[in-house]
Design a protein around this ligand. Structure first.
Ligand code: GLC
Length: 750
């Protein structure tokens, strides 16, 4: 049964809405867009809505068969609006010349790429960067990514990924900013500003893309691409805020997501794209589908065939079809048959042309493919220095008992053990289109800067076979070669540095896991080494929270190292030897066990918070409710104390909060002071605590500073299930501290 929402209503709404609003902010661009639109045939309009994946080694001969020939023919016929995964001076210029000089109207292409955490210079994976809570560092990272990728002809990145997720099983948690919508919103703003700069037409800025709209981070059972059954409360108060923040920061594009949201595929959801995105938020940029997600409406069982998929997606508000072949094959006929109004096509094309004008592509279609810039800027030493700085700020000190950390430069007789300690590839992380394999600084390479008195043993081989973006990592489960030697080394060493964890390609797209422990034989290696030497410093490399319960009970010092990119080993060495005092804080909770997942610190109290002396309260019989390491947790080589929390609620429009922070240790350090609230009684039950402010502050030993925060309606209010934003009278708790579980608290009445 062909599903056909009442698109007459939608079309009328859109006609009214768009007639009242110009797509472009710049009236001159608006005029040019309308002039050009007036010259375009329907077929050429549809062509702008078509995006192809890189299909031609452009410096080679034109393709003569297969998809590549089809795409090349479409390119020459003006039926391609954008390409992705084509970069580099020659390739970009070659394809742009075809579009600009060989088609009837000469409309330039937009070149897109997943520039997710750097381009040639790789920064820490996004989840790691979020752990820095350093918005300036995060913006710098995106800025450098834009400089390097635009030098290779890229105009548009499919980033920032702003999906909130509470599920460590989901591989793509690595690509976002963690579990909290407030932190996620601030990070989204920093990344959009970094990518887009203050002039989108400049040749070193690129259009940002808030993705994946929406609720992609809530797949059932943590399995990628799976259904998201999600409440309106979670949609409005958890999922939407980082998208709205990115758009308010000026993000010019949005990508919708593969998943269904309460039974409707996001790519064809009029609620998401017409009601929320283009309606409530008045988004005037471009909505691009995810890879093939238009054509996947058939697999979902939402469209009968590709033509029906094109009809549903276009009417619902997907402006551009990425690698789905749906629009280019069927949209023209759908308009002629009256199933999709040309007004909707015109609106989509206006958005796309506007973006191209805003990027300066009509004025200078070859402005981004610049050989000199490409040679000069990619991997520039200043960029590497920046990557090292961001990486060290992203490391989280989870545990530090005893005197092992920081390691003294004079320390001798150090064992370094673990397959990831010599690794130069995995630590680059996933999503690294422009980087050659094995180009990261490894831990052992980094350590030699500060101390050469160590011996390295791999212990066990991590994986077998190839390490690629698209193929599964085959983990070594049986070959114990090297383990005995590593254990023997540990037995005769004073301290042991172990680097264990996941491979960089064990998180990211299509990388959901049902176990979040150390893959393969690594746990066995850890326990065997521990049996001989308990002075272990554990460095954990992962793209998600792992179950570190055993390590927490047995290992005195633990660093969360994520995947830190090109400068991984240098950043880790700076922290290990105390050259940099670790300042990261967790953007995701680390569970005690997988059974607690999905997990967020933003728990509701429930009607039976407990504990009780019977079982009738909200808890597990075999595990604590609390996480192993909470959201916002991160230690320092110094110590910080909070005191004098004060609230001035005399001006209800701006509640003023102050707190005294003191560095009570012996060395300089940075602290992320976090502010949480609880709306104690509300018409939609609110969490026990919600992050609503933070400041990263550096203090010298013994110094203190009074930090000031303000809480406005925006922070204190919430959305109800109807999407109404409410701020209700009553008691609010305000909490401030260095972790979500260590807080001073005061109450005020609104
Ligand atoms: C992928 C991802 C998306 C990415 C796009 C283009 O499938 O879901 O995040 O931007 O395709 O590579």
């Amino acid at each position: 049964m062909r599903y056909r929402p009442n698109f007459t209503v939608i079309t009328l709404f859109c006609l009214l809405f768009f007639s009242l609003t110009s797509t472009a902010k710049d009236p001159d661009i608006d005029r040019k867009v309308n002039e050009l639109l007036g010259k375009m045939t329907l077929q050429e309009k549809v062509g702008q809505m078509n995006q192809y994946n890189g299909f031609w080694d452009a410096t080679g001969p034109a393709p003569t068969d297969g998809d590549a020939k089809l795409k090349y023919d479409h390119l020459r016929a003006g039926l391609v609006g954008s390409v992705l995964n084509v970069r580099g001076y020659e390739h970009v210029r070659e394809l742009q010349q075809v579009a600009v000089e060989e088609t009837r109207l000469g409309i330039p292409l937009i070149f897109a790429l997943d520039v997710i955490h750097g381009h040639k210079t790789l920064f820490p994976v996004p989840l790691a960067e979020a752990a820095s809570w350093d918005l300036e560092a995060i913006e710098t990272s995106a800025r450098i990514a834009a400089i390097e990728s635009s030098a290779q002809g890229i105009n548009w990145t499919f980033a920032p990924m702003v999906d909130i997720s509470e599920d460590a099983r989901w591989g793509r948690v690595v690509e976002g900013a963690g579990e909290d919508p407030y932190l996620g919103s601030q990070v989204a703003i920093a990344r959009v500003n970094g990518f887009q700069g203050d002039d989108l037409a400049a040749n070193d800025t690129i259009a940002a893309c808030a993705k994946h709209f929406a609720a992609y981070g809530f797949p059932l059972a943590g399995r990628d691409y799976n259904r998201a059954d999600i409440s309106r409360d979670t949609l409005y108060n958890t999922v939407f805020p980082p998208f709205e923040a990115a758009l308010n920061a000026g993000a010019r594009t949005v990508m919708n997501s593969f998943n269904t949201v309460n039974g409707i595929p996001a790519t064809a959801s009029t609620f998401l794209m017409r009601d929320i995105l283009k309606g409530r938020w008045a988004f005037d940029g471009v909505v691009v589908s995810d890879w093939g997600s238009v054509s996947e409406l058939v697999a979902h069982g939402f469209a009968e065939d590709l033509e029906h998929a094109a009809e549903l997606a276009a009417n619902a508000g997907s402006d551009m079809d990425m690698e789905g072949y749906a629009y280019v094959k069927h949209l023209e006929n759908l308009v002629k048959e009256g199933k999709v109004s040309e007004a909707l096509v015109d609106d989509a094309v206006r958005r796309i042309l506007t973006l191209k004008f805003e990027l300066g592509l009509f004025d200078n279609p070859y402005g981004y493919s610049d050989k000199a810039r490409e040679e000069k800027l990619l991997g520039h030493k200043k960029h590497l220095a920046a990557a090292r700085d961001v990486a060290k700020r992203s490391i989280v000190l989870l545990k530090n008992e005893g005197e092992l950390l920081p390691i003294k430069k004079s320390q001798k007789n150090i064992a370094v053990i673990g397959p990831l300690a010599s690794d130069k590839n995995s630590v680059l992380g996933t999503w690294r289109a422009a980087v050659d394999d094995n180009t990261a600084v490894s831990l052992i390479e980094g350590m030699t800067q500060y101390n050469k008195h160590f011996i390295y043993q791999e212990g066990v081989k991590f994986n077998l076979g190839e390490e690629t973006f698209a193929s599964p990592i085959v983990v070594n489960e049986t070959d114990r070669t090297g383990m005995a030697e590593a254990v023997a080394l540990a037995a005769e060493s004073d301290i042991v540095v172990m680097m264990l964890g996941e491979h960089g390609f064990q998180s990211g797209e299509g990388r959901s896991r049902t176990h979040i422990d150390f893959p393969g034989l690594q746990q066995e290696l850890l326990e065997a080494v521990h049996a001989k030497n308990k002075n272990i410093i554990l460095v954990v490399a992962s793209g998600r929270p792992l179950d570190l319960s055993w390590a927490d009970q047995h290992v005195p010092a633990i660093l969360q190292a994520w995947q830190l990119g090109s400068e991984s080993g240098n950043a880790l060495a700076e922290v290990l030897f105390g050259h940099y005092n670790p300042s990261g804080k967790l953007p995701v909770s680390f569970p005690r066990s997988l059974g607690q997942v999905p997990f967020t610190y933003r728990q509701l109290n429930t009607g039976r918070p407990g504990p009780k002396d019977n079982v009738f309260w909200s808890h597990y019989n075999d595990e604590k409710n609390s996480p192993l390491y909470p959201f916002g947790h991160g230690l320092s080589y110094t110590g910080f104390e909070y005191s004098k929390l004060r609230i001035d609620s005399s001006d209800k429009s701006s509640i003023r909060v102050s707190v005294k922070l003191k560095n009570v240790g012996k060395r300089k350090g940075e602290e992320v002071a976090q502010l949480y609230i609880r709306d104690r009684v509300a018409s939609t039950v609110r969490p026990l605590k919600e992050l609503k402010g933070f400041q990263k502050v550096e203090l010298a030993a013994g110094k203190s500073k009074t930090l000031k925060f303000t809480l406005s309606e925006k922070e204190l209010g919430f959305y109800n299930a109807d999407g109404q934003f409410l701020l209700e009278n009553g008691e609010f708790e305000v909490m401030v501290g260095g972790s979500s579980d260590t807080l001073l608290s005061e109450v005020f009445t609104y």
